[in-house]
Design a protein around this ligand. Structure first.
Ligand code: ADP
Ligand code: MG
Length: 464
C-alpha cells in the first residue's frame, strides 16, 4: 500500500509531468497509477499502471526519457520507468476536474483514443507494422506475400500460413497485415486472436450454458464474433493440434469465411509438415493457400532489428553494441530485445552510455558464459533435487527426476544459449520435445513465484 508520503510524491510527479509533456497526453497522465510503493526496489524499475493501452504506448515510446527524468527530480530515486496495462482500472471512476482549456486536450485525446479503440478491438499492437519490420533474406518471401495480402485481402494467397520458430516475427508480420488493411480499407473488419484464446472462449461457451437454448445463443455469439469479419488472423495455431472440438470449430470457421471470400492468416511455430495429429480435412485447408516460412535472420539483419527497436524505445545504441548483442543472441529476436531492454534500462538508471563493456556487465555475460558448462548444470540440478546426475539423462519419470530435467533444460537454454538441436543432443531427446518443455517451463516460471525462486537459487548455486 502507498503511504501518505508516497501519495504526495505521486501527485507532485503528475503535476510536473503535466507541465513538461504536450497537452494532449494529459488525460493519459491522469489515468496513471503507481503499481508499487516508491521504496520498493524491483530491480531498479518503477512500474506504473494504466488502463489505456494506447496511452501507455505513446508515453513509453515517445516520452519515456522525460518521464524518467521527472521521476528522478521529484523522488530523487533513479528508476527505469515501465508501464503495465491494468484493465481493471477502467471501472474505477476518477473525478476529473475539467476546465475549458483542458477540454480541447481531451477532445484530441479522445480522437486518438478512437484510434486506440479501433486497434484494441482488433487486438493489434501498435509496434507491429510493416514499417517497423526489418526485412532480411530470412523473411523476404513472407514479407512480400504479407504485403500483397494487405493490398488485396481475400483475393489471392488464402489462407496464408506463416511458420517459423519462436521469436522470429510471425506475430509482428501477421499484425502488420492487419494494420495496413485498417489503413487502406477502413471499412473492413479485422479480428486478431490467438488459437488458445479462441479455444478457451469456445469451451467457455460450451461449458457455461444452462440449457440448449442458452447453448445455441452462446454459440451464435461466438460464431458471430469470428465469422462476421473480413480478415481473421489466428496466431499460434499449433496450439489446437489434438484438441478435437477446437479443430472442428476452426475448420467450420475457416470454411464459412473462405467461401465468403474473406482473408484468413495463420501463424504457427511449427511448419505445416510437422503437424502430425490434425485431421486431414483441416490440413488440406491449411494447404490451400500458401505457406511462408521465416527463418533465423543473419547477423547483419539482427543488428538492424535491434537498432531499430532501440530507436523506437527512445534509447538508441551504437553499431558496435548492436552487433555485439546480435552476436550474443542468435536464435530469438524476443530474447535479443529482452537483453537490450534490460541493458538499456540499467544504463539509463546509472546515467551512463551503453558500451559493449557495460552491456557485458549489465547482462552478466562474463560470469555466465565463461564459467558454466552443461555438466555443471546437470550436477547442480541433480544435487538440488537429490537425485543422481545420470538420472536426468535417463527416461525415468519420477517427480524429482522430471523436475531436475526440466530445470536443467531450461537453464542450459537460458544460460548457455544452446540451440534446440544442440540441447536435444545433450539431453538425448528429440528437439521438438525439448522445445516444448523449455517453452512450457518458461511460461510457468513467468507466473509462478515459487518456480522463480527455484530458478534463482539454481542460478546462484551455478554462479558460485
Ligand atoms: P513470434 O510470433 O515469431 O514468436 P514476434 O512476432 O512476437 O515473434 O516477435 C518477437 C519480437 O521481435 C517482437 O517484438 C517483434 O517486433 C520483434 N521482431 C521479430 N522479427 C523482427 C523483424 N524482422 N523486424 C523487426 N522486429 C522484429
Ligand atoms: Mg507469436
Amino acid at each position: 500500500m502507498l503511504d501518505k508520503k508516497d501519495i504526495e510524491l505521486w501527485n507532485k510527479f503528475l503535476i510536473e509531468l503535466e507541465k513538461r509533456l504536450p497537452g494532449f497526453v494529459k488525460p493519459w497522465i491522469m489515468s496513471l497509477e503507481p503499481a508499487l510503493p516508491f521504496s520498493e526496489e524491483n530491480n531498479g524499475i518503477f512500474l506504473i499502471k494504466s488502463s489505456q493501452s494506447f496511452g501507455i504506448q505513446v508515453l513509453q515510446q515517445k516520452h519515456l526519457k522525460e518521464i524518467e527524468e521527472t521521476f528522478f527530480e521529484v523522488t530523487n530515486l533513479k528508476r527505469a520507468v515501465r508501464f503495465v496495462l491494468d484493465e481493471s482500472l477502467k471501472t474505477k471512476k476518477k473525478p476529473i476536474k475539467q476546465t475549458v482549456d483542458e477540454k480541447s486536450h481531451i477532445e484530441t485525446a479522445r480522437k486518438m483514443e478512437d484510434l486506440a479503440q479501433m486497434h484494441s478491438f482488433c487486438g493489434l499492437n501498435l509496434k507491429y507494422t510493416f514499417e517497423n519490420f526489418i526485412e532480411g533474406e530470412n523473411s523476404k518471401f513472407a514479407y512480400r506475400i504479407a504485403q500483397l495480402i494487405a493490398e488485396s485481402p481475400g483475393q489471392k494467397y488464402n489462407p496464408l500460413f506463416i511458420s517459423g520458430s519462436v521469436g522470429l516475427g510471425k506475430t509482428h508480420l501477421m499484425q502488420a497485415i492487419g494494420h495496413k488493411i485498417l489503413r487502406n480499407f477502413p471499412n473492413l473488419k479485422i479480428r486478431y486472436t490467438k488459437a488458445e484464446e479462441f479455444g478457451n472462449k469456445l469451451i467457455e461457451s460450451l461449458n457455461t450454458c444452462k440449457n440448449t437454448l442458452d447453448l445455441n445463443e452462446k454459440m451464435r455469439k461466438f460464431r458471430q464474433m469470428h465469422r462476421s469479419v473480413d480478415v481473421l488472423l489466428i496466431d499460434d495455431i499449433q496450439w489446437i493440434e489434438g484438441k478435437k472440438r477446437t479443430e472442428e470449430e476452426i475448420f467450420n470457421t475457416f470454411d464459412a469465411l473462405y467461401h465468403a471470400g474473406k482473408q484468413i492468416v495463420f501463424a504457427s511455430d511449427r511448419p505445416l509438415s510437422a503437424f502430425e495429429l490434425i485431421p486431414d480435412r483441416l490440413r488440406s485447408r491449411f494447404e490451400w493457400g500458401i505457406e511462408a516460412q521465416i527463418t533465423i535472420p543473419d547477423l547483419q539483419t539482427r543488428a538492424e532489428i535491434i537498432k531499430h527497436h532501440a530507436i523506437l524505445s527512445n534509447f538508441p545504441i551504437s553499431n558496435e553494441v548492436a552487433l555485439f548483442l546480435a552476436q550474443t543472441y542468435k536464435t530469438n529476436i524476443r530474447e535479443l530485445e529482452g537483453a537490450y531492454n534490460k541493458a538499456s534500462a540499467l544504463a539509463s538508471i546509472e546515467g551512463v552510455e551503453l558500451t559493449v563493456d557495460k552491456t557485458v556487465e549489465f547482462l552478466e555475460l562474463d560470469k555466465i558464459k565463461k564459467q558454466i558448462t552443461i555438466a555443471d548444470i546437470l550436477e547442480t540440478c541433480a544435487r538440488y533435487f537429490s537425485i543422481d546426475k545420470e538420472e536426468i539423462l535417463s527416461s525415468a519419470r519420477a517427480k524429482e527426476v522430471v523436475n531436475a530435467r526440466k530445470y536443467a533444460i531450461y537453464l542450459s537454454r537460458e544460460l548457455l544459449n544452446l540451440s534446440y538441436p544442440m540441447l536435444a543432443k545433450e539431453f538425448q531427446k528429440n528437439h521438438t520435445t525439448i522445445m516444448y518443455q523449455h517453452e512450457k517451463l518458461k511460461k510457468d516460471i513467468a507466473v509462478n513465484k515459487a518456480m522463480q525462486i527455484v530458478t534463482e537459487e539454481l542460478k546462484n548455486l551455478l554462479a558460485k
